[in-house]
Design a protein around this ligand. Structure first.
Ligand code: NAD
Ligand code: UDP
Length: 311
């Protein structure tokens, strides 16, 4: 029999893929979202399904719903959007985590937190294992997101130790794919939209900074495996693709794949932009028997195909 599952941030990029997957598996899914960066278009095909409900609600406000599992994804993830109202971003991470943990405690639900590689900040250890404690600026423009997510992890472990809440903490590395908003502002969607429209490709800095890009289907598989992992395994666990690329390499790949005549232009590097990032995924391999299967080359093809409709 299916479970009753709450997905906060369910109308966003990752949340909408997760709702699809959970519905396909025969669960009763409640998608909670304030539609700040998410859109009804991402879940349009699920509306009307008797096993799917959408609630327009803000996670900073408590709510009571009887569920078996909670995936807590609500939080803007693109720097452009989380810096739009940084105070609200911290509230969403911290108050959102408190409210969802309070709910999990009350209804005895298992709860998974969508944490992030940003807890490692601008890392001095490369690649990053879960044991690395990070290098985060407390007062910079990325701090609202990074520190908000760090406090959320702290709250998860304190609710676990004090109240025995059944927690799972997932550190997500840069993920891309269909259902990213065309104006999301993150690098993959920016470069693809620019290339398809024949606009300049905006590389920040000299493009030598690196990221490791995970295709959304791999990520969702890891997320569902973590939620259903053995009792007592809390994480934190890195989920991401260890294939590491410079931002300039990414721009060149997208130009080649789209056949675009766009030119690369260089813009100032935003402050605190991490220089390098790559996950160590040994823990996910061991505990979840998980590793990514879709290389950047293939994932980009699928993503470019999706974005063509917006041109
Ligand atoms: P997204 O912006 O597409 O989705 C976030 C969703 O949360 C949106 O639907 C938005 O409307 C909703 N939301 C924001 N604030 C809310 C609030 N106060 N109350 C209710 N809903 C709210 O981003 P995404 O990439 O799908 O990210 C989902 C989660 O995964 C986020 O928590 C993010 O921090 C985390 N994450 C994502 C990545 C990635 O590369 N995609 C990497 C690390 C962590
Ligand atoms: N970036 C870029 N051009 C853009 C958007 C982003 O060069 O139009 C760079 C950004 O400076 C960063 C990397 O791409 O070094 C990844 O940025 P993104 O916003 O996708 O995610 P994050 O910095 O949070 O990993």
């Amino acid at each position: 029999m299916g479970k009753r599952i709450l997905v906060t941030g369910g109308a966003g990029f990752l949340g909408s893929h997760l709702c699809n997957r959970l519905i396909e598996e025969g669960n009763d899914v409640i998608c909670l979202d304030n539609l700040f960066t998410g859109t009804k278009d991402n879940i349009r095909h699920l509306i009307g399904n008797p096993y799917f409900e959408f609630i327009r609600h803000d996670v900073t406000v408590p709510i009571v719903i009887e569920v078996d599992q909670i995936y807590n994804l609500a939080c803007p993830a693109s720097p452009v959007h989380y810096q739009y109202n940084p105070i609200k971003t911290t509230k969403t991470s911290v108050l959102g985590a408190m409210n969802m943990l309070g709910l999990a405690k009350r209804v005895h639900a298992r709860i998974l937190q969508a944490s992030t590689s940003e807890v490692y900040g601008d890392p001095e250890v490369h690649p990053q294992p879960e044991s690395y404690r990070g290098c985060v600026n407390t007062i910079g423009i990325r701090s609202c997101y990074d520190e908000g997510k760090r406090v959320a992890e702290t709250l998860f472990f304190d609710y676990h130790r004090m109240n025995n809440v059944d927690i799972k903490v997932m550190r997500i590395f840069n993920t891309y794919g269909p259902n990213m908003h065309p104006a999301d502002g993150r690098v993959v969607s920016n470069f693809i939209m620019q290339a398809l429209r024949g606009e300049d490709i905006t590389v920040y800095g000299d493009g030598s900074q690196t990221r490791s890009f995970c295709y959304v289907d791999d990520l969702i598989e890891g997320m569902v495996r973590l939620m259903n992992s053995r009792d007592g395994f809390t994480g934190p666990v890195n989920i991401g693709n260890p294939g590491e690329f410079t931002i300039k390499e990414l721009a060149e790949m997208i130009l080649e794949k789209t056949g675009s005549s766009s030119k690369i232009v260089y813009k100032p590097l935003p402050s605190d932009d991490p220089i390098q990032r790559r996950p160590v995924i040994e823990l996910a391999k061991k505990e979840l028997d998980w590793e990514p299967t879709i290389p950047l080359d293939k994932g980009l093809d699928k993503t470019i195909e999706y974005f063509r409709q917006f041109v």
